[in-house]
Write a protein that binds this ligand. Structure first.
Ligand SMILES: [Fe+2]
Length: 365
Protein backbone atom coordinates (compact mmCIF):
# COMPACT_ATOMS: atom_id res chain seq x y z
CA UNK A 1 0.00 0.00 0.00
CA UNK A 2 1.21 3.48 -0.84
CA UNK A 3 0.48 5.04 2.57
CA UNK A 4 0.97 8.62 1.50
CA UNK A 5 -1.35 8.33 -1.52
CA UNK A 6 -3.98 6.47 0.54
CA UNK A 7 -3.83 9.10 3.28
CA UNK A 8 -4.21 11.88 0.71
CA UNK A 9 -7.31 10.16 -0.66
CA UNK A 10 -8.74 10.16 2.89
CA UNK A 11 -7.99 13.88 3.24
CA UNK A 12 -9.74 14.54 -0.08
CA UNK A 13 -12.75 12.56 1.09
CA UNK A 14 -12.85 14.54 4.36
CA UNK A 15 -12.79 17.78 2.37
CA UNK A 16 -15.91 16.69 0.45
CA UNK A 17 -17.61 15.82 3.78
CA UNK A 18 -16.75 19.23 5.22
CA UNK A 19 -18.07 21.05 2.14
CA UNK A 20 -21.36 19.12 2.25
CA UNK A 21 -21.70 19.53 6.02
CA UNK A 22 -21.33 23.29 5.69
CA UNK A 23 -24.54 23.31 3.65
CA UNK A 24 -26.22 21.85 6.78
CA UNK A 25 -24.72 24.62 8.90
CA UNK A 26 -22.39 22.09 10.60
CA UNK A 27 -25.34 20.59 12.47
CA UNK A 28 -24.25 17.52 14.50
CA UNK A 29 -27.62 15.88 13.75
CA UNK A 30 -26.97 16.05 10.00
CA UNK A 31 -23.36 14.84 10.12
CA UNK A 32 -23.81 11.02 10.13
CA UNK A 33 -26.00 10.90 7.01
CA UNK A 34 -23.46 13.00 5.09
CA UNK A 35 -20.56 10.78 6.18
CA UNK A 36 -22.65 7.69 5.40
CA UNK A 37 -23.29 8.82 1.85
CA UNK A 38 -19.75 10.05 1.16
CA UNK A 39 -18.05 6.89 2.48
CA UNK A 40 -20.33 4.38 0.74
CA UNK A 41 -17.79 3.63 -1.99
CA UNK A 42 -14.60 4.28 -0.05
CA UNK A 43 -12.59 1.35 1.28
CA UNK A 44 -11.46 2.00 4.87
CA UNK A 45 -10.63 -1.66 5.53
CA UNK A 46 -6.82 -1.22 5.19
CA UNK A 47 -7.00 0.82 8.41
CA UNK A 48 -8.22 -2.28 10.24
CA UNK A 49 -4.69 -3.66 10.06
CA UNK A 50 -2.53 -2.55 12.98
CA UNK A 51 0.50 -2.84 10.68
CA UNK A 52 -1.03 -0.19 8.38
CA UNK A 53 -1.86 2.02 11.37
CA UNK A 54 1.83 1.82 12.31
CA UNK A 55 2.79 2.86 8.79
CA UNK A 56 0.54 5.91 9.06
CA UNK A 57 2.76 7.02 11.94
CA UNK A 58 5.46 7.58 9.33
CA UNK A 59 3.48 10.61 8.16
CA UNK A 60 4.37 13.80 10.01
CA UNK A 61 0.76 15.06 9.94
CA UNK A 62 -0.50 11.89 11.61
CA UNK A 63 2.37 11.71 14.09
CA UNK A 64 1.63 15.19 15.36
CA UNK A 65 -1.94 14.28 16.29
CA UNK A 66 -1.14 11.51 18.76
CA UNK A 67 -2.16 12.04 22.37
CA UNK A 68 -2.67 9.88 25.41
CA UNK A 69 -6.10 8.30 25.49
CA UNK A 70 -7.59 5.62 27.71
CA UNK A 71 -10.32 5.05 25.16
CA UNK A 72 -9.56 1.52 23.87
CA UNK A 73 -6.31 -0.44 24.15
CA UNK A 74 -4.68 1.35 21.25
CA UNK A 75 -6.09 4.66 20.14
CA UNK A 76 -5.12 6.62 17.05
CA UNK A 77 -6.33 9.93 15.85
CA UNK A 78 -5.47 10.17 12.19
CA UNK A 79 -7.36 13.26 11.08
CA UNK A 80 -8.67 16.42 12.76
CA UNK A 81 -9.81 19.56 11.00
CA UNK A 82 -11.18 21.40 14.04
CA UNK A 83 -14.77 20.41 13.21
CA UNK A 84 -14.58 16.63 12.94
CA UNK A 85 -12.01 13.89 13.20
CA UNK A 86 -11.12 10.28 12.50
CA UNK A 87 -10.29 7.99 15.42
CA UNK A 88 -9.22 4.35 15.22
CA UNK A 89 -9.93 2.23 18.30
CA UNK A 90 -8.28 -1.17 18.73
CA UNK A 91 -9.74 -3.31 21.53
CA UNK A 92 -8.41 -6.56 22.92
CA UNK A 93 -9.15 -6.45 26.64
CA UNK A 94 -10.71 -3.19 27.71
CA UNK A 95 -14.42 -2.46 27.64
CA UNK A 96 -16.40 0.70 28.22
CA UNK A 97 -19.58 0.95 30.27
CA UNK A 98 -22.93 1.76 28.72
CA UNK A 99 -22.74 5.41 27.65
CA UNK A 100 -24.31 8.06 25.47
CA UNK A 101 -22.47 10.53 23.25
CA UNK A 102 -21.78 14.25 23.13
CA UNK A 103 -20.96 13.92 19.42
CA UNK A 104 -22.37 12.28 16.30
CA UNK A 105 -20.51 9.87 14.06
CA UNK A 106 -20.43 6.95 11.70
CA UNK A 107 -18.76 3.90 13.19
CA UNK A 108 -16.99 1.42 10.88
CA UNK A 109 -16.42 -2.10 12.17
CA UNK A 110 -13.05 -2.72 10.53
CA UNK A 111 -11.94 -5.86 12.31
CA UNK A 112 -13.71 -8.49 14.39
CA UNK A 113 -17.34 -8.68 15.48
CA UNK A 114 -18.94 -6.94 18.45
CA UNK A 115 -22.25 -7.20 20.29
CA UNK A 116 -23.95 -3.81 20.34
CA UNK A 117 -26.86 -3.27 22.72
CA UNK A 118 -28.89 -0.08 22.70
CA UNK A 119 -30.80 0.85 25.85
CA UNK A 120 -33.55 3.06 27.12
CA UNK A 121 -33.09 4.74 30.48
CA UNK A 122 -36.12 5.88 32.46
CA UNK A 123 -35.12 8.39 35.11
CA UNK A 124 -37.13 8.17 38.33
CA UNK A 125 -35.26 10.39 40.76
CA UNK A 126 -32.46 12.91 40.36
CA UNK A 127 -29.81 13.79 42.94
CA UNK A 128 -27.54 16.40 41.39
CA UNK A 129 -25.62 14.72 38.60
CA UNK A 130 -26.89 11.27 39.52
CA UNK A 131 -30.16 9.82 38.28
CA UNK A 132 -31.78 6.72 39.71
CA UNK A 133 -33.94 4.87 37.22
CA UNK A 134 -34.16 1.78 35.06
CA UNK A 135 -31.97 0.74 32.15
CA UNK A 136 -33.58 -1.68 29.71
CA UNK A 137 -32.29 -3.05 26.41
CA UNK A 138 -34.13 -1.66 23.41
CA UNK A 139 -32.28 -3.31 20.56
CA UNK A 140 -29.39 -5.73 20.15
CA UNK A 141 -27.36 -6.80 17.15
CA UNK A 142 -23.94 -8.13 16.24
CA UNK A 143 -21.82 -5.61 14.41
CA UNK A 144 -19.99 -7.71 11.85
CA UNK A 145 -16.62 -7.00 10.34
CA UNK A 146 -17.13 -4.68 7.37
CA UNK A 147 -20.35 -3.19 8.76
CA UNK A 148 -21.04 0.39 9.82
CA UNK A 149 -23.49 2.13 12.10
CA UNK A 150 -24.64 5.60 13.09
CA UNK A 151 -23.85 7.23 16.45
CA UNK A 152 -26.55 9.72 17.49
CA UNK A 153 -25.72 12.59 19.84
CA UNK A 154 -27.46 13.21 23.18
CA UNK A 155 -29.48 10.98 25.49
CA UNK A 156 -31.39 9.19 22.70
CA UNK A 157 -29.31 6.07 22.24
CA UNK A 158 -27.16 4.91 25.15
CA UNK A 159 -25.32 1.75 24.16
CA UNK A 160 -22.83 -0.86 25.29
CA UNK A 161 -20.37 -2.56 22.94
CA UNK A 162 -18.91 -5.97 23.76
CA UNK A 163 -15.93 -6.97 21.68
CA UNK A 164 -16.01 -10.53 20.38
CA UNK A 165 -13.05 -10.45 17.95
CA UNK A 166 -9.48 -10.09 19.10
CA UNK A 167 -8.64 -7.42 18.37
CA UNK A 168 -11.80 -5.63 17.46
CA UNK A 169 -11.02 -2.48 15.54
CA UNK A 170 -13.45 0.29 14.87
CA UNK A 171 -13.02 3.61 13.16
CA UNK A 172 -15.09 6.65 13.95
CA UNK A 173 -15.60 9.63 11.70
CA UNK A 174 -17.00 11.91 14.39
CA UNK A 175 -17.70 15.48 15.27
CA UNK A 176 -15.82 17.24 18.06
CA UNK A 177 -17.78 17.24 21.37
CA UNK A 178 -20.90 19.39 21.09
CA UNK A 179 -21.55 21.25 24.38
CA UNK A 180 -25.31 21.55 23.80
CA UNK A 181 -25.68 17.79 24.38
CA UNK A 182 -24.08 18.04 27.83
CA UNK A 183 -21.43 15.75 29.27
CA UNK A 184 -21.71 12.06 28.38
CA UNK A 185 -23.56 9.93 30.90
CA UNK A 186 -22.55 6.44 31.97
CA UNK A 187 -25.36 4.02 32.67
CA UNK A 188 -25.71 1.15 35.12
CA UNK A 189 -28.72 -1.13 35.65
CA UNK A 190 -30.41 1.30 38.07
CA UNK A 191 -28.62 4.62 37.68
CA UNK A 192 -26.92 7.07 35.33
CA UNK A 193 -24.04 9.33 36.35
CA UNK A 194 -21.13 11.38 35.01
CA UNK A 195 -17.59 10.09 35.25
CA UNK A 196 -16.29 13.63 35.78
CA UNK A 197 -16.21 13.09 39.57
CA UNK A 198 -13.21 10.89 38.83
CA UNK A 199 -10.74 13.78 39.07
CA UNK A 200 -7.20 13.91 40.51
CA UNK A 201 -8.45 14.22 44.11
CA UNK A 202 -10.69 11.19 43.68
CA UNK A 203 -7.86 9.17 42.15
CA UNK A 204 -5.48 10.12 44.98
CA UNK A 205 -8.07 9.10 47.58
CA UNK A 206 -8.33 5.72 45.83
CA UNK A 207 -4.56 5.30 45.70
CA UNK A 208 -4.35 6.18 49.41
CA UNK A 209 -7.09 3.68 50.25
CA UNK A 210 -5.23 1.04 48.26
CA UNK A 211 -2.11 1.62 50.31
CA UNK A 212 -4.01 1.59 53.61
CA UNK A 213 -5.78 -1.64 52.61
CA UNK A 214 -2.41 -3.34 52.38
CA UNK A 215 -1.09 -2.08 55.72
CA UNK A 216 -3.96 -1.59 58.15
CA UNK A 217 -7.55 -2.71 57.79
CA UNK A 218 -8.58 -0.48 60.71
CA UNK A 219 -7.15 2.66 59.07
CA UNK A 220 -8.58 1.63 55.69
CA UNK A 221 -12.08 1.21 57.07
CA UNK A 222 -11.91 4.40 59.16
CA UNK A 223 -10.71 6.43 56.15
CA UNK A 224 -13.25 4.89 53.76
CA UNK A 225 -16.10 5.56 56.19
CA UNK A 226 -14.97 9.18 56.54
CA UNK A 227 -14.93 9.60 52.74
CA UNK A 228 -18.36 7.96 52.36
CA UNK A 229 -19.81 10.30 54.98
CA UNK A 230 -18.44 13.45 53.32
CA UNK A 231 -18.90 12.86 49.56
CA UNK A 232 -21.77 13.06 47.07
CA UNK A 233 -23.71 9.96 46.03
CA UNK A 234 -21.89 10.05 42.65
CA UNK A 235 -18.49 10.24 44.31
CA UNK A 236 -19.39 7.38 46.61
CA UNK A 237 -20.72 5.31 43.72
CA UNK A 238 -17.57 5.64 41.60
CA UNK A 239 -15.36 5.10 44.66
CA UNK A 240 -17.19 1.90 45.63
CA UNK A 241 -17.09 0.64 42.04
CA UNK A 242 -13.30 0.84 42.07
CA UNK A 243 -13.05 -0.81 45.48
CA UNK A 244 -15.69 -3.45 44.75
CA UNK A 245 -13.35 -6.41 44.12
CA UNK A 246 -11.85 -5.75 47.56
CA UNK A 247 -15.12 -4.95 49.36
CA UNK A 248 -17.17 -7.88 48.06
CA UNK A 249 -15.14 -10.39 50.04
CA UNK A 250 -15.99 -12.24 53.23
CA UNK A 251 -13.55 -10.12 55.29
CA UNK A 252 -14.74 -6.73 54.05
CA UNK A 253 -18.40 -7.07 53.11
CA UNK A 254 -19.46 -5.54 56.45
CA UNK A 255 -18.10 -2.18 55.28
CA UNK A 256 -20.30 -2.06 52.20
CA UNK A 257 -23.29 -3.53 54.07
CA UNK A 258 -23.02 -0.79 56.71
CA UNK A 259 -23.06 1.85 53.99
CA UNK A 260 -26.12 0.24 52.32
CA UNK A 261 -28.00 0.41 55.62
CA UNK A 262 -27.65 4.19 55.86
CA UNK A 263 -30.75 4.80 53.73
CA UNK A 264 -32.62 3.99 50.49
CA UNK A 265 -30.26 5.98 48.26
CA UNK A 266 -27.20 4.29 49.73
CA UNK A 267 -28.91 0.92 49.24
CA UNK A 268 -29.47 1.69 45.55
CA UNK A 269 -25.85 2.79 45.18
CA UNK A 270 -24.64 -0.52 46.64
CA UNK A 271 -27.06 -2.55 44.48
CA UNK A 272 -25.64 -0.89 41.37
CA UNK A 273 -22.06 -1.44 42.53
CA UNK A 274 -22.92 -5.13 42.92
CA UNK A 275 -24.48 -5.27 39.45
CA UNK A 276 -21.51 -3.52 37.91
CA UNK A 277 -19.13 -5.98 39.57
CA UNK A 278 -21.09 -8.89 38.10
CA UNK A 279 -21.19 -7.24 34.66
CA UNK A 280 -17.43 -6.58 34.69
CA UNK A 281 -16.75 -10.09 35.94
CA UNK A 282 -18.37 -11.70 32.89
CA UNK A 283 -16.82 -9.21 30.47
CA UNK A 284 -13.42 -10.06 31.90
CA UNK A 285 -14.13 -13.77 31.94
CA UNK A 286 -15.12 -13.63 28.26
CA UNK A 287 -11.96 -11.72 27.37
CA UNK A 288 -9.45 -13.63 29.46
CA UNK A 289 -10.61 -17.25 29.49
CA UNK A 290 -8.59 -19.26 27.01
CA UNK A 291 -10.39 -21.43 24.51
CA UNK A 292 -13.84 -19.85 24.55
CA UNK A 293 -15.73 -20.20 21.28
CA UNK A 294 -17.21 -17.01 19.73
CA UNK A 295 -20.64 -18.31 20.72
CA UNK A 296 -19.57 -18.79 24.36
CA UNK A 297 -18.11 -15.29 24.41
CA UNK A 298 -21.36 -13.95 23.05
CA UNK A 299 -23.33 -15.78 25.76
CA UNK A 300 -21.14 -14.24 28.48
CA UNK A 301 -21.70 -10.81 26.95
CA UNK A 302 -25.47 -11.33 26.79
CA UNK A 303 -25.29 -11.97 30.54
CA UNK A 304 -23.30 -8.75 31.04
CA UNK A 305 -25.53 -6.72 28.74
CA UNK A 306 -28.85 -7.90 30.18
CA UNK A 307 -29.19 -7.54 33.91
CA UNK A 308 -32.22 -9.75 34.36
CA UNK A 309 -33.73 -12.80 32.67
CA UNK A 310 -36.23 -10.56 30.91
CA UNK A 311 -33.50 -8.29 29.51
CA UNK A 312 -31.38 -11.27 28.43
CA UNK A 313 -34.40 -12.81 26.65
CA UNK A 314 -34.97 -9.53 24.78
CA UNK A 315 -31.33 -9.48 23.61
CA UNK A 316 -31.41 -13.16 22.62
CA UNK A 317 -34.65 -12.67 20.67
CA UNK A 318 -33.15 -9.71 18.76
CA UNK A 319 -30.05 -11.75 17.93
CA UNK A 320 -32.16 -14.66 16.75
CA UNK A 321 -34.06 -12.36 14.39
CA UNK A 322 -30.73 -11.51 12.76
CA UNK A 323 -29.71 -15.19 12.47
CA UNK A 324 -27.36 -14.97 15.44
CA UNK A 325 -29.09 -17.52 17.66
CA UNK A 326 -27.17 -18.20 20.89
CA UNK A 327 -27.45 -21.46 22.83
CA UNK A 328 -27.45 -19.39 25.99
CA UNK A 329 -27.73 -22.01 28.73
CA UNK A 330 -25.55 -24.54 26.93
CA UNK A 331 -22.82 -21.95 26.35
CA UNK A 332 -22.96 -20.70 29.94
CA UNK A 333 -22.64 -24.28 31.19
CA UNK A 334 -19.65 -24.93 29.00
CA UNK A 335 -17.99 -21.66 30.12
CA UNK A 336 -18.29 -22.83 33.74
CA UNK A 337 -16.38 -25.97 32.77
CA UNK A 338 -13.52 -23.96 31.29
CA UNK A 339 -12.78 -21.72 34.27
CA UNK A 340 -10.97 -22.36 37.56
CA UNK A 341 -12.87 -23.61 40.62
CA UNK A 342 -12.54 -20.17 42.22
CA UNK A 343 -13.87 -18.37 39.13
CA UNK A 344 -16.68 -20.89 38.90
CA UNK A 345 -17.83 -20.21 42.42
CA UNK A 346 -17.66 -16.44 41.83
CA UNK A 347 -19.48 -16.86 38.51
CA UNK A 348 -22.28 -18.77 40.21
CA UNK A 349 -22.81 -15.95 42.70
CA UNK A 350 -22.89 -13.30 40.00
CA UNK A 351 -25.20 -15.41 37.82
CA UNK A 352 -27.64 -15.50 40.71
CA UNK A 353 -27.61 -11.69 40.83
CA UNK A 354 -28.12 -11.42 37.06
CA UNK A 355 -31.19 -13.65 37.21
CA UNK A 356 -29.51 -16.84 35.97
CA UNK A 357 -28.59 -18.90 39.01
CA UNK A 358 -26.77 -22.10 38.12
CA UNK A 359 -30.04 -23.93 38.70
CA UNK A 360 -31.53 -21.27 36.45
CA UNK A 361 -28.98 -22.16 33.80
CA UNK A 362 -30.09 -25.78 33.97
CA UNK A 363 -33.69 -24.68 33.49
CA UNK A 364 -33.19 -22.39 30.50
CA UNK A 365 -34.10 -24.19 27.31
FE1 LIG B 1 -20.31 4.70 21.86
Amino acid sequence: MNVKAYYESIQDLMATIEAKWQTANFDAEAFPEIVWEKTTNFDLSPLGEVSNQMRLLELAGVRQQQHRSTFSDLHFQIFHNGRFMIEILNWWGQHVNVHDHDFSAVQFQLKGDALNVEYEFTSEETHGALHFGRLLPKHAEVWEEGGRSIVRPGRVAPHGVFHIGEPTTSLLIRTTPTPRYGAQLNYFPGLAAHYYVSNDIHRKKLTGLGLLARSSRAKFSETLNRFLASQSLSENFFMLIKLAPFLFTAENSDLICNYAEKGPNERRIVENVAFNTAIDFFKQLATETEGLTPSEKLAAYVLSAGHSREAQEKILADLQKKDKAVSFAEDLRSILKKVSAEQRSQAEGYMELLGVGTTGVANIA
